[in-house]
Design a protein around this ligand. Structure first.
Ligand SMILES: CC(=O)SCCNC(=O)CCNC(=O)[C@H](O)C(C)(C)COP(=O)(O)OP(=O)(O)OC[C@H]1O[C@@H](n2cnc3c(N)ncnc32)[C@H](O)[C@@H]1OP(=O)(O)O
Ligand SMILES: O=C([O-])CC(=O)C(=O)O
Length: 445
C-alpha cells in the first residue's frame, strides 16, 4: 500500500517530467519540420551486412556513447556522475541515475531521497503468482532465463495495458509507462534475489528493509551484509544501466516497446538479448576465463605466462571475453572506475591483480593479432573479480546483476519514446539478390 506522503512525491516526480515534455516535443517537431529531409550519413553495403555498425539509425535521449570518451549520461561522463549524483556513502545511487535519465537533471538530495523511498515501497508489491512461478523454476535453468520469465510474469500488473485498453490518449501513454517502469525497477531486484537464493542458497529470501536504498536492500535480500558490497552494488547498478540505444538489450527493448508492448514485455525481450555471450553474458565468461587462467598458471602469473595463455585461447578460435567493443575504441571508463574501486577497497586481491596483468597483456596481443577493432577492455572484464572478493562466486548469476541495472536505463528510454510519440520501428531489409541488382545497376551507370 503506498502512503499518502509517497503519493504526493510520486506526483512531484511525474510533474517534473511533465514540465520538460512540452518543450522537448516542440524541439522534435521543429527538427522534423525544418530538417526532416536532411541526410545524416551514407549507408554502405558492408554496414548492411555487418550488423549496421556505425549507421545513425536510432534516436535515444538518455545517453550517448563516444568511441573515445565513453558513455555520457545526459551529457555527464561517468566520473562526473560519480562526483555529482547523490550517494549513500561515496558511490552514486542508481535511483539518482534514473532521475537524471528521465528528467535530464541531477536530483537534489531530497528529490533523490523521495525516489529512493518510493522505489523501496514499490519493491514489496510482487504478485503472488510471480513468486510461485519463480519458485517453481528448475535449479539448473540459467538465472537469466529465470529472470526473463519472472519479468514476463509481472506483465499482469501492467498499468499501461489497463490504460491502453481503457482508451487513454496517446499523448498520455508516458504516464503509465513511467508507472510500469518504476514498478519494474523496484520489483526486479527482489525477483533477482529470489533467483539467487533459490539457485545457490537455502531458498529463503533475506529480510527487506524499506528504510534502505535499492542496492543495499537488494544486497541484503541476497544475503550480503557487508556494507562495502552495498557500495559495490551501488556502483555496479549505476555504471551498467545505459549505453545509448544501439546495444542489443536497449535496442531489443526499444524495438518491442515500439509496438506498444508494455515495459514488462519489452524488457523481457531486452533481457533475452543481454543473455548472449557477446553482450551481457560476457561478464560470466570473463570470470570463467580468469579462474581457468588461475588454475593453469597459479595465483600470480608473470606477464609472459599470461601472454602465452591468451595466445593459446586466440589460436583455438575463441574470443578473449571482456575485450573489444562494437563502438568504443579506448579502455571502457566503466572498466576504469571498477579498477579504481579495486585499488581502494581490495588492493592486494590476487584476482583483481590478475585482471590488472591481463590489462597489460591483452591489448598488446590483440593489436598484434590485428583483427579486433578495439583491443581494450570493456565493462565486463572487471566486474566478476570484484564480486568474488565479497564471496559471490556463482558466475552464471552475474548477468542477472547486469539485468537489474539495465532495467533502469532502458525503461527511462521507453518513457521518453512514449512521451515523444515515437512510431513503430520498421526498417527495410534487402535480399542478397536486391543488393547484387543494386550493385550491377550502379556499376553500369
Ligand atoms: C556489455 C557488453 O556487451 S560489452 C561486450 C561484451 N562482449 C565481450 O567482451 C566478448 C568479446 N568481444 C567480442 O566478441 C567483440 O569485441 C564484440 C562482440 C564486443 C564486438 O564485436 P565487433 O564489433 O564485431 O568486433 P570487431 O569489429 O572488433 O571484430 C572483428 C574481428 O575481431 C574479433 N575480435 C573482436 N574482439 C575480440 C576479442 N575480444 N578476442 C578475440 N577476437 C576478437 C572478432 O571476433 C572479429 O573476428 P572475425 O572477423 O573472425 O569474425
Ligand atoms: O554498447 C554496447 O554495444 C555494449 C555495451 O557495452 C553495453 O550495452 O553496455
Amino acid at each position: 500500500m503506498i502512503s499518502a506522503t509517497l503519493k504526493r512525491s510520486i506526483s512531484a516526480l511525474k510533474q517534473r517530467f511533465a514540465d520538460v515534455i512540452p518543450e522537448t516535443r516542440e524541439r522534435l517537431a521543429r527538427l522534423r519540420k525544418e530538417h526532416g529531409n536532411k541526410v545524416l550519413g551514407p549507408i554502405t553495403i558492408e554496414q548492411v551486412i555487418g550488423g549496421m555498425r556505425g549507421i545513425k539509425g536510432l534516436m535515444t535521449e538518455t545517453s550517448k556513447l563516444d568511441a573515445f570518451k565513453g558513455i555520457k549520461f545526459r551529457g555527464l561522463t561517468l566520473p562526473e556522475c560519480q562526483v555529482r549524483l547523490p550517494s549513500a556513502k561515496r558511490e552514486p545511487l542508481p535511483e539518482a541515475m534514473f532521475y537524471l535519465l528521465i528528467t535530464g537533471e541531477v536530483p537534489s538530495n531530497s528529490d533523490c531521497d523521495i525516489l529512493v523511498r518510493e522505489i523501496a515501497e514499490r519493491s514489496e508489491t510482487i504478485p503472488e503468482h510471480t513468486v510461485r512461478i519463480v519458485n517453481s523454476l528448475p535449479q539448473h535453468m540459467h538465472p537469466m532465463n529465470q529472470l526473463s520469465i519472472g519479468v514476463l510474469s509481472l506483465q499482469t500488473e501492467s498499468k499501461f495495458v489497463r490504460a491502453y485498453n481503457a482508451g487513454v490518449k496517446k499523448e498520455n501513454y508516458w504516464e503509465y509507462v513511467l508507472e510500469d517502469s518504476l514498478d519494474l525497477i523496484a520489483r526486479i531486484p527482489r525477483i533477482a534475489a529470489m533467483i539467487y537464493r533459490n539457485t545457490y542458497k537455502d531458498r529463503r529470501l533475506g529480510p527487506t528493509d524499506p528504510s534502505l536504498d535499492l542496492s543495499a536492500n537488494f544486497s541484503k535480500m541476497m544475503g550480503f551484509e557487508n556494507e562495502h558490497f552495498w557500495e559495490l552494488m551501488r556502483l555496479y547498478l549505476t555504471i551498467h544501466c545505459d549505453h545509448e540505444g544501439g546495444n542489443v538489450s536497449a535496442h531489443a527493448t526499444h524495438l518491442v516497446g515500439s509496438a506498444l508492448s508494455d515495459p514488462y514485455l519489452a524488457y523481457s525481450a531486452g533481457l533475452n538479448g543481454l543473455a548472449g555471450p557477446l553482450h551481457g553474458l560476457a561478464n560470466q565468461e570473463c570470470l570463467k576465463f580468469l579462474l581457468k587462467l588461475q588454475e593453469k598458471t597459479g595465483q600470480n602469473p608473470t606477464e609472459e605466462v599470461v601472454e602465452k595463455f591468451v595466445k593459446e585461447i586466440l589460436a583455438s578460435g575463441q574470443v578473449i571475453p571482456g575485450y573489444g567493443h562494437a563502438v568504443l575504441r579506448v579502455t571502457d571508463p566503466r572498466f576504469v572506475c571498477q579498477m579504481e574501486f579495486a585499488k581502494r577497497v581490495m588492493p592486494k586481491d590476487p584476482l583483481c591483480k590478475l585482471v590488472a596483468t591481463l590489462y597489460k597483456v591483452v591489448p598488446r596481443v590483440l593489436k598484434e593479432a590485428g583483427k579486433a577493432a578495439n583491443p581494450y577492455p570493456n565493462v565486463d572484464a572487471h566486474s566478476g573479480a570484484l564480486l568474488v572478493y565479497f564471496g559471490m562466486r556463482e558466475f552464471d548469476f552475474y548477468t542477472v546483476l547486469f539485468g537489474v541495472s539495465r532495467a533502469i536505463g532502458v525503461s527511462a528510454g521507453l518513457v521518453w519514446s512514449r512521451a515523444l510519440g515515437l512510431p513503430i520501428e520498421r526498417p527495410n531489409s534487402l535480399t542478397m539478390a536486391n543488393i547484387e541488382e543494386y550493385v550491377s545497376k550502379s556499376t553500369l551507370a
